[in-house]
Design a binder for this molecule. Structure first.
Ligand code: HEM
Length: 448
């Protein structure tokens, strides 16, 4: 018997307008033994699949049966047809061009840009009095945006963070509303296919559209300035794109994609990391001790990042408990069967990364923060750990992100200790990414 969850019209309307509901619902289905359920929504529905064998089938062994879902057509309203949203020949051409830049042996060249951005960031924090309140989430967004700017586009972006932050938040919230609307109310596919063109042409006076145009204007302006200001040379991503046979529109779409995909996710992972470290002083001591032992007060290099094994493991464990990409959606192209669940052609399949990461069958005592799960030799189950997705569409920036986070953590714990604001309550908000709803309010103390 297929396992079925039913959403009444009232349920669907409630889910559309709440933030917590989705993660709570995931918890409700987590006991389903088959690791795949069909969610009935009126006449239609969609599949949620999280057992490792289904995940492997969707992303690897039978990936030809699945395409990027309608959600990515909606995301394309902002990013255009960049690497994250494109499909087919266009995607494989771009991936072949871009992937070598992110290969392990080339990551070292990014490290200097990363540590330079962190050093400037530290100078600002050093001006603050001991015990100053800081929001770790906003701060990490500003820092990771600057890192991406310097490493990939040859320009610092910390100045732009204040302008981009609010438009990004609006975009991510709108994105998840649109996703839920699509999953719960089954709009006709032609509408989604044309979403990009429809939104671009819609009059600004319509509700929400004016704000969306503001987002597009702001991000377009930032991207155009980056392209105009580039100094030439092919040692960063933008140089590589400009030298490749592609028109300016394509370059713009890739820059926008990397600007968005390359900073907010890492920033959220880091924000959750600082929160978890505050709650686990013994793990904080281990991170601080490892950084002191490996670096002895020096600025870290790419090779050092490989030696900071416990620090990197603690970051990976933070990504397990709070995966920034908390769910990934695909469309079943010709139809499939996942366990007992029949998945008709054209329907959506949600891979609930958050749920896979807290499945007790894969992760004993799943809610416990335990960096030991990622230390060498621990071998976590491959298709139960998906912060970067899996298969051929796996995150091209995964190695970049882990190295970046490890360097940021190491340099910050050399100078500061972050403690949660007493009495602060931290809540999750599942937008397109899993964010702390009201930031991570912390206090900053200098350690040297
Ligand atoms: C902790 C940080 C990050 C997380 C959690 C994350 C997560 C993900 C996930 C889950 C996907 C796959 C989406 C899917 O299969 O539909 C993805 C794809 C992608 N990510 Fe990341 N990402 C992170 C950092 C980065 C960084 C730093 C960059 C750029 C430097 C980046 C650029 C991309 C791009 C371009 C894709 C599309 C790849 C393709 O389809 O070929 N990401 N990311």
């Amino acid at each position: 018997m297929p396992e079925v969850v039913h959403y009444s019209l009232r349920d669907r309307i409630r889910v559309l307008f709440t933030h917590q509901e989705v993660l709570a619902r995931f918890r409700l289905i987590s006991g389903h033994a088959a690791g795949a359920v069909w969610v009935r929504t009126g006449k239609g529905g969609y599949c949620i699949a999280w057992a490792p064998e289904h995940v492997e089938r969707i992303f690897v062994t039978h990936q030809h049966l699945y395409a990027k879902s309608a959600q990515y057509r909606l995301l394309a309203v902002v990013t255009g047809d960049g690497l994250l949203t494109s499909e087919g020949e266009r995607w494989s051409t771009q991936r072949r061009l871009i992937q070598p830049m992110f290969a392990k042996r080339h990551l070292g060249r990014f490290a200097e840009h990363m540590t330079a951005a962190v050093a400037d960031f530290i100078k600002e924090w050093e001006q603050l009095p001991d015990g100053a309140p800081v929001d770790a989430a906003t701060a990490m967004n500003r820092l990771t945006l600057d890192v991406v700017g310097r490493a990939l586009f040859g320009a610092g972006l910390s100045e732009q963070a204040a302008r981009l932050g609010p438009v990004l938040t609006f975009g991510l919230r709108a994105g998840v509303r649109a996703t839920r609307l699509q999953l719960l109310f089954n709009p006709p596919p032609w509408l989604l296919d044309r979403a990009q063109a429809l939104v671009r042409r819609a009059p600004r006076r319509l509700p929400g559209i004016g704000r969306l145009h503001e987002i597009l204007d702001t991000t377009d302006e930032v991207v155009e300035n980056l392209i105009d200001a580039h100094s030439g040379g092919t040692d960063d991503l933008l140089g590589l794109l400009l030298a490749a046979p592609m028109d300016r529109r394509q370059v713009r779409d890739e820059v926008m994609t990397f600007l968005l995909a390359g900073h907010e996710t890492t920033a959220n992972g880091l924000a959750w990391f600082w929160h978890l470290l505050d709650r686990h002083p013994e793990m904080r001591d281990r991170v601080v001790a490892e950084v002191a032992e490996v670096l002895d007060g020096r600025t870290p290099s790419a090779e050092d990042a490989d030696r900071l094994v416990y620090t990197a493991a603690a970051f990976q464990e933070a990504l397990r408990l709070y995966p920034p990409a908390w769910s990934i959606v695909r469309k079943a192209v010709t139809g499939d069967r996942l366990g007992d669940v029949d998945v008709p052609a054209g329907s959506s399949v949600v891979i609930p990364v958050y749920l896979a990461h807290r499945d007790p069958r894969a992760w004993p005592d799943p809610d416990r923060f335990d960096p030991g799960r990622f230390l060498p030799g621990a071998a976590p189950r491959r298709f139960s750990y998906l912060p970067f997705g899996a298969g051929r569409r796996i995150c091209v920036g995964a190695g970049f992100a882990v190295m970046e986070a490890t360097l940021i953590i190491a340099m910050l714990v050399q100078r500061f200790r972050l403690e949660m604001e007493p009495g602060a309550v931290v809540r999750t908000e599942a937008t397109v990414t899993l964010r702390p709803r009201d930031g991570i309010p912390m206090r900053l103390y200098k350690v040297v």
